[in-house]
Design a protein around this ligand. Structure first.
Ligand code: EPZ
Length: 421
């Protein structure tokens, strides 16, 4: 298994281009299943999860054509509405084919995603919503079986805010008979990006980005071309890397409006952050002080502080001045990076879903192990400021969600290299 070797102590300086958003691209790739016409997507990130999803769609009979960071999907030949266990166990986002397949084919067999490192992550709300729309949905032998002649519009209420639950049900409702209203909907920008793509395909969705989304079902959707939005979690990860190294970095192809909560917290910590916008250009400029102040956070659904940035922000707090309290309210086991940060010399105490982080002057390089995607990003950030060499193992987690991260960090002055196992 590959690892990253990082020589800490370098201040990040320069410019980095932010890639397309993994968590917008994944549902939008599945939207191709809803039409017999070609869907072209641009600004697609080059990530393992994207390759996994494209492989799943191809297995179903979807034609996939690449051209640089664009892809054209043609689901006219869709003939196998099945997402097998072997694939779903490697990427739980495959659950996002459930809604589109049920709406397009009237049936779907999707492996029940197992748990994952950060939590049990059930999909009961996805199932409940399809049942409310008239779907016969059963879970047998580890698979979700959905059958229906045609889904019917319904009023749906999710018990908790669920991003992919909202996305699955929104896609299913596009072809339903009548109006669907999703209450307590997720407001994440990735949900808005999906809705914009679906409306470009002829869907009639309003309210995306608020907690009430209305979808007027239509008979069919047509092809379209859509540019994937910037990845706000990659944006946040590079902001944290610049902040913790006392750096000065311009992030291009992204904007502060995607993650106000994180920007506010980094400014509280002492960073200067400005947004740059022109018709042809958008960017964020961050300039960090030599040492940050500790800042407490509490994760919650958008627009609050994103759970996907909790691990990275904890790394920032490990060398900040003072003590920060970090509360994780979305997932039940999302502190696994803490024990690895402690191996680097961090002072962290965990009590249930709360972490108390007291900043130290310096971390010491060590060998640490990535356990999940964002935890691995947290360890890379810590390695950038640890004294000496840090070896981050099991970075296949990192490759799922960050496009060529070591190349981007090297271009900013970090000393980091990938060592093939
Ligand atoms: C999405 O996961 C993201 N993944 C996650 O990003 C992100 O952490 C999460 O939203 C929260 O923002 C994608 O978009 C592909 P949820 P999702 O459904 O949709 C519970 C990353 O690092 N829940 O919003 O699976 C669930 O257990 C990944 O890129 C149910 O109980 O998350 C969790 O506690 C990690 N039943 C909470 O709701 C359900 O049917 C929020 O989960 C659905 C969810």
């Amino acid at each position: 298994m590959d690892k990253l070797v990082i020589e800490g102590g370098r201040r990040l300086e320069g410019e980095v281009r932010i890639s397309g958003a993994k968590n917008a691209a994944l549902p939008i790739l599945c939207a191709a299943l809803l039409t017999r016409e070609p869907l072209t997507l641009t600004n697609l990130p080059d990530l393992n999860d994207i390759r996994t999803m494209l492989g799943l769609l191809a297995q179903m009979g979807v034609k996939v054509e690449h051209a640089g960071n664009a892809v054209t999907l043609d689901a006219a030949g869709l003939d196998t509405p099945v997402a097998p266990y072997e694939l779903v166990k490697t990427m739980r986002a495959a659950i996002l084919v459930l809604g589109p397949l049920t709406a397009r084919c009237g049936e779907a067999r999707v492996s029940l995603p197992g748990g994952c490192a950060i939590g049990a992550r059930p999909v009961d709300q996805h199932i409940k919503g399809l049942q409310a729309m008239g779907g016969e949905v059963a879970v047998e032998h580890g698979y979700i079986h959905a059958r229906v002649a045609r889904l019917k519009g319904a009023r749906l209420f999710t018990d908790m805010v669920t991003v992919t639950g909202t996305e699955n049900l929104m896609m299913a409702a596009c072809l339903a008979d009548g109006e669907t209203v999703i209450e307590n909907a997720a407001r994440e920008p990735e949900v808005v990006d999906l809705a914009q793509c679906l409306n470009a395909m002829g869907a009639r969705i309003s309210g995306a980005g608020t907690d009430v989304v209305r979808i007027q079902g239509v008979e069919r959707l047509h092809g379209a071309t859509h540019r994937i939005m910037p990845d706000r979690i990659e944006t946040g990860t590079f902001l944290c890397a610049a902040a913790v190294t006392g750096g000065k970095v311009r992030l291009t192809g992204t904007s502060t409006g995607l993650l106000d909560a994180l920007v506010d917290k980094l400014m509280d910590a002492g960073c200067e952050i400005t947004g740059e916008k022109s018709p042809s250009h958008e960017a964020i400029l961050i300039e960090a002080p030599r040492r940050l102040k500790a800042v407490s956070i509490r994760t919650a659904p958008y627009p609050a502080f994103p759970t996907d940035m909790q691990a990275q922000f904890m790394a920032v707090n490990t060398v900040a001045e003072g003590t920060a309290v970090i509360r994780e309210t979305i997932f039940e086991n999302r502190f696994m990076h803490a024990v690895e940060l402690i191996r680097l010399g961090a002072d962290i105490k965990i009590d249930g879903n709360t972490a108390f982080v007291t900043g130290v002057e310096r971390l010491q390089g060590a060998t640490v192990m990535a356990t999940d995607l964002r935890a691995s990003a947290s360890l890379v950030i810590a390695g950038l400021v640890a004294e000496g060499e840090t070896h981050v193992e099991r970075i296949y987690h990192l490759d799922r969600g960050y496009e060529h991260i070591e190349n981007k960090l090297t271009a900013l002055g970090a000393v980091i290299r990938r060592v093939k196992a």
